[in-house]
Design a protein around this ligand. Sequence first.
Ligand code: GLP
Length: 239
Amino acid sequence: MKITVCENYDEMSEKAAEIFIDNLKKAPSMTLGLATGSTPIGLYKNLVNAYKKSEISFKSVTTFNLDEYVPITPDNEQSYIYFMKDNLFNHVDMDESKINIPNGQAADPEKEAVEYDKKIEAAGGIDLQLLGVGPNGHIAFNEPGEYLISATHVTGLTEKTIKANSRFFASIDDVPKHALTMGIGPIFSAKKLVVLISGNGKKEVYEMLKTGKITTQCPATLLHLHADCTVLVDKDSIK
Ligand code: GLP
């Protein structure tokens, strides 16, 4: 794991964008693993700008998002599909048929999870996976616990996550209590990982990552085991 502390949020976003732009130029039909949350918004802005300057294109790119709330409808502004369209897909030449995001209104979410992993496998796996981290060290919605689950699955959200994410909803009661999340397996099968650490309450996760200790009580620490993991940290969030 290579941890780089960036001067601020903008520098972190620019450095992350450089990695994505570089890889997209080399392999225009690559498969990207994408993340939501406040953290990657700056990166997505940089990617949209690079697209507008004709530096990159998304027309041959396939994407898989990490997670989605359950239940949620795609027209809900807090759904992750809405977020992705708003922050990236609607502003670039993405082929809609190549966008994959777990369906938050699937009649059978367990089946949706199994199908999602099959789709990732059929696409030949993920080439470059973006990750944020929760204040409790969660990656995607793999919450801290005694054990983690390898496959994509339906999970309950912890009180800490519901509270952290309630800032986006009208009230805490509106935050869905479940999510469909990529498991640790598909995340780890990605060839390259880029992890961004920014925002309130992330200092503890950063300090934990620095120790090199690995524990399911802080899922982000497992990323130490990946062969190609770049962590970019916004210095303002670890002061
Ligand atoms: C959310 C998402 C994660 C994201 C994390 C951090 O709950 N499921 O994929 O990385 O929380 O969000 P933020 O970037 O808003 O701090």
